[in-house]
Design a protein around this ligand. Structure first.
Ligand code: SAH
Length: 217
């Protein structure tokens, strides 16, 4: 890439950050992460010019890289602290995992589509994110061997609260997940675990995510 090109992307990233801040994201750390990560590397060749628009974009296997505002919003809700153990369900392109890694979380990300998982496993270390832990499997099962987690972020829409994820969250832990019918508008839900059986629940906003599906592919 030429120097000019990389300067151009840097300028576009800066404007994206301004836009997200204007929409209400206050966390400096989240904004810094969005301002640093080269989203144009995560999208299809030929779509790079769209990478810094605040929109979701297609990736392989009919999946999407979430809209940057939603990535920022979910991350801000979780109030990520350095060394937090964070479970992500839906690795997809790996972009959200990189945002968490930039915030110094210890990231564990699960993907059910093997080809996307394999792609992320090669791509993320290549762009400098060697420490992100990736697992191929059904996110409804969480990541038992690594549990419990301080925070859990689900980046696909579930019809109901996935019980195992609740079990794998620490007491006091936070979880953010879109819940609602597939292919329609869902509610972004925020949970805080009070004790083994009690979750405080808040409804955040309307969102539209690809479905969280059972099994692997
Ligand atoms: N966080 C991603 C967004 C990916 S879209 C990013 O930043 O790019 C949602 C992803 O969730 C898709 O890759 C989809 O395959 C995955 N997914 C859906 N159901 C899943 C499940 N049960 N377990 C793990 N991943 C799942």
């Amino acid at each position: 890439m030429t120097n000019n090109e990389s300067l151009r992307y840097k300028g576009m990233r800066k404007r994206l950050v301004e836009q997200i801040a204007n929409r209400g994201i206050l966390s400096e750390k989240v904004l810094l992460a969005i301002g640093k990560i080269k989203r144009h590397l995560f999208v299809y060749a030929g779509s790079e010019h769209l990478a810094y628009k605040d929109i979701a974009l297609n990736i392989d296997h009919k999946q999407t890289i979430s809209q940057p505002f939603i990535v920022a919003y979910q991350t801000e809700l979780l109030d990520i602290q350095p060394r937090d153990k964070v479970l992500e369900i839906g690795t997809g392109s790996g972009y959200q995992a990189c945002v968490l890694a930039e915030m110094e979380a210890e990231v564990f990300s699960v993907e059910r589509i093997e080809k996307l998982h394999e792609k992320a496993k090669i791509f993320l270390p290549k762009i400098g994110y060697e420490a992100i832990n990736l697992h191929f499997g059904d996110g409804f099962e969480g990541w038992e061997e690594q549990a419990p987690f301080d925070k859990i972020i689900v980046t696909a829409a579930a019809e109901n609260f996935p019980a195992k994820l609740g079990e794998q969250l620490k007491i006091g832990g936070k979880m953010v997940i879109p819940i609602g019918p597939q292919g329609e508008v869902q509610k972004l839900m925020f949970y805080q675990k009070k004790d083994a059986k009690t979750f405080l629940c808040t409804e955040a906003s309307n969102v539209k995510f690809v479905p969280m599906l059972k099994g692997t592919k």
